[in-house]
Ligand binder design. Structure first.
Ligand SMILES: Cc1ncc(C[n+]2csc(CCOP(=O)(O)OP(=O)(O)O)c2C)c(N)n1
Length: 322
């Protein structure tokens, strides 16, 4: 077993994200969660591998498929679940919902709903870090559906020109809503977009969380050393529809099953359970995760709705009350 302690930690977080998402889907079906809900099931190794490669204090920005990254960066399951339930104890005081998780204490700057529009935010964070000389790296996650969006390219162009400490991570799950990447990209290898800006690039599959960590670490170290940004494309797959309202009829059951056969969480779990040194702790982790998720559901259920008083400081004055 490679790095047993780290393997167990990564397993705990990947399992927590998977179980969080499964229970969120159930709560959504019961009408306890309103609005949109985009699940991260199948992509967990990316948020977890990235979080193990990043340092405390580094900044992350992501899309509306944001629960996994928020948990991996340190948000509590309670604050995450309460946000989904629209409760005052949620990470965005119950005002943001699924697509707008925010956790400044852990450098997690959203949760953004407009495809591609959040990449310039990461470039801006990286500019601030370079200007201040604070040594932080920014990492931004986006889907291949954002690869042809104007803001994506503006963000990359300036980042490369000014050698900003930012890593652009394309989570290529092969579909943008119901559109497969072959139908939307003339060059299906998204990492090649880096060539246009003279940026370093990498491209690999997300089926092993250690590969994700180690390959992202190379890009993070490059950014931190002042050698400039990178574009890292990580090939992955989402097992559920785009959001809860998508029955995913544009792909076959066989295709989904084939990807599930390479599931990073299942593979890591199998290796831990087969190893006598980690087997018992893996079982304890499973039990602890179940307790943590049940507690989060209870916490979300029992928390109060946001009071009307929160509107003025947050929505109108822009003062976040935490
Ligand atoms: C500018 C913009 N256009 C369209 C949409 C509607 N929309 C929401 S998600 C999505 C697909 C994005 O797919 P991708 O970037 O691959 O990310 P994934 O959902 O697969 O993680 C679209 C078109 C939007 N939110 N913003």
């Amino acid at each position: 077993m490679k790095e047993p302690r780290t393997s167990l930690d990564m397993y705990r977080m990947m399992l927590l994200i998977r179980r969080f998402e499964e229970e969120a889907a159930r709560a959504y079906s019961l009408g306890k969660i309103g609005g949109f809900l985009h699940l991260y099931i199948g992509q967990e190794s990316i948020a977890v591998g990235a979080s193990h490669a990043l340092s405390d204090g580094d900044y992350t920005v992501t899309t509306y498929r944001d629960h996994g990254l928020a948990l991996a960066r340190g948000m509590s399951a309670n604050a995450a679940m309460a946000e989904l339930f629209g409760k005052a104890t949620g990470c965005s005081l119950g005002l943001g919902g699924s697509m707008h998780f925010f956790d400044a204490a852990h450098g997690m700057f959203g949760g953004h709903g407009i495809v591609g529009a959040h990449l310039p935010l990461a470039t801006g964070c990286a500019f601030a870090s370079k200007y201040r000389g604070d040594g932080r790296v920014s990492m931004v996650f986006y889907g291949e559906g954002a690869a042809s969006i104007g803001a994506t390219h503006e963000a990359m162009s300036l980042a490369a020109l000014w050698k900003l400490p930012v890593v652009f991570v394309c989570e290529n799950n092969q579909y943008a809503m119901g559109t497969s990447l072959e139908r939307s990209l003339s060059v299906p290898d998204v990492s090649r977009k880096a060539d246009a800006y003279g940026m370093a690039k990498d491209r690999f599959v997300a089926d092993d969380v250690f590969t994700v960590r180690d390959r992202l670490k190379v890009a993070i170290d490059r950014a931190r050393s002042g050698a400039g940004p990178s574009l890292v494309e990580i090939c992955t797959y989402r097992y559920r529809g785009h959001s809860m309202s998508d029955p995913a009829k544009y792909r076959s059951k066989e295709e989904v099953e084939e990807h599930k056969g390479r599931d990073a969480l299942t593979r890591l779990e199998a290796s831990l359970v087969l190893d006598p040194d980690t087997k018992d702790e893996a079982g304890q982790i499973q039990a602890a995760v179940e307790l943590e998720i049940s507690a989060a559901l209870r916490f979300a259920e029992e928390s109060p709705e946001p009071s009307i008083d929160v509107l003025e400081p947050t929505t109108y004055k822009g003062e976040f009350a935490r």
